[in-house]
Design a protein around this ligand. Structure first.
Ligand code: SF4
Length: 265
C-alpha cells in the first residue's frame, strides 16, 4: 500500500491531472469497462492515464475491467471526509483586512533589507492551518501557530493572532504590495467557502528533478545543461516553462511529473 514519500509522490502525480481525478470519481460507483471510461474522458490518452493510476496503486485493471484498489477506495474516502470537515471550518471564516503597517526596521539577516510588521484583522486563529495549501512555498507550525510563506527572497510569517512579519523586503511599498497579494489570495480562498485539500508533506531532491528533465543539455533554457537548470528549479530561480523541450509530446509525462514536484519545493 502506498505510504512512503515516493509513493506519496506517485499518488500526487496521479491525481494532479483532471482526467485522472474524473476516472477515480467515476469508479467510486463501482467497476467500469475501459470502453465506459473512454466515453467519459476520451479514448485518445486513456491507456496513459490508466497506467499512471495503476502505478500509483489507486486502481486495478483486469481483462478490460477497471476498479478501485482497496487503497484507492480508502484514498477517496479520506479525501471526501477531509473535504467535508474543512468545508465546515472554512465556511465560518470572515474576509480579512490589513491594518496599517506598525513597524519598519532593518532586517537582522541583511541590514540592506527591511523587516516590516503589520496586522491582519480579524485574527486567523482557527483557519490559519487551512491556508497552507493556498501558498506553494509555505509551512504551518502547530507549535507556534504560525504560517511561513516564501516568495523569492521575501519571507512572511503570519501568526494566528493576526500579527504579520515580512522579512527581506526592499522598501515599504514592496511590503504593501506583498500584504495586498496575501490578502487577495486569502480572501479568494475564503470566498470559495471551502478549504483546499491539505498538501502532503513531501521532500523533493535535486536528483529527482534532474532525472525527469530531458537530459539533452541543449541549453535552450539559458543554462549550461539540465543539471544546472535543476539547481535553478530547486532554488526557485527558474520556472519549468524555460525548458521548451518539455512541451514536446514525448516528454508529456515528465512535464506533468515535474509540475507536481516543483510545487513541493
Ligand atoms: S532546455 Fe531543458 S533539455 Fe535543454 S538544457 Fe535546459 S533543461 Fe535541459
Amino acid at each position: 500500500m502506498p505510504g512512503d514519500q515516493n509513493e506519496t509522490k506517485l499518488v500526487s502525480f496521479a491525481i494532479a491531472n483532471g482526467t485522472r481525478r474524473k476516472i477515480i470519481n467515476f469508479l467510486a460507483n463501482g467497476s467500469k469497462s475501459t470502453g465506459e471510461i473512454g466515453e467519459i474522458v476520451g479514448k485518445a490518452t486513456l491507456d496513459f492515464h490508466l497506467r499512471i493510476l495503476q502505478q500509483a496503486g489507486l486502481i486495478k485493471l483486469e481483462e478490460g475491467i477497471v476498479k478501485l484498489s482497496e487503497y484507492g477506495k480508502n484514498f477517496l474516502k479520506n479525501k471526501t471526509e477531509k473535504s467535508e470537515e474543512k468545508t465546515v471550518d472554512f465556511s465560518q471564516a470572515k474576509p480579512i483586512e490589513i491594518a496599517r503597517i506598525r513597524q519598519v526596521l532593518p532586517c537582522i539577516a541583511d541590514s540592506s533589507r527591511l523587516r516590516v510588521s503589520a496586522n491582519m484583522t480579524p485574527s486567523l486563529g482557527g483557519i490559519l492551518k487551512l491556508l497552507e495549501p493556498l501558498f506553494p512555498r509555505s509551512n504551518y507550525s502547530d507549535r507556534k501557530d504560525s504560517l511561513i510563506i516564501k516568495k523569492g527572497e521575501i519571507i512572511t510569517t503570519i501568526y494566528g493572532s493576526g500579527k504579520v512579519i515580512i522579512r527581506m523586503i526592499k522598501n515599504e511599498d514592496e511590503a504593501k504590495e506583498e500584504l495586498e497579494r496575501l490578502k487577495s489570495i486569502i480572501n479568494e480562498g475564503i470566498a470559495k467557502g471551502e478549504a483546499p485539500a491539505p498538501r502532503e508533506k513531501v521532500k523533493v531532491d535535486l536528483m529527482e528533478i534532474y532525472k525527469h528533465l530531458p537530459q539533452t543539455n541543449c541549453g535552450k533554457c539559458g543554462e549550461q545543461g539540465c543539471y544546472s537548470f535543476a539547481i535553478k528549479l530547486m532554488a526557485r530561480q527558474a520556472s519549468l516553462e524555460k525548458c521548451t523541450l518539455l512541451k514536446e509530446p514525448e516528454y508529456k509525462s515528465n512535464q506533468e511529473r515535474l509540475h507536481v514536484l516543483v510545487n513541493y519545493i
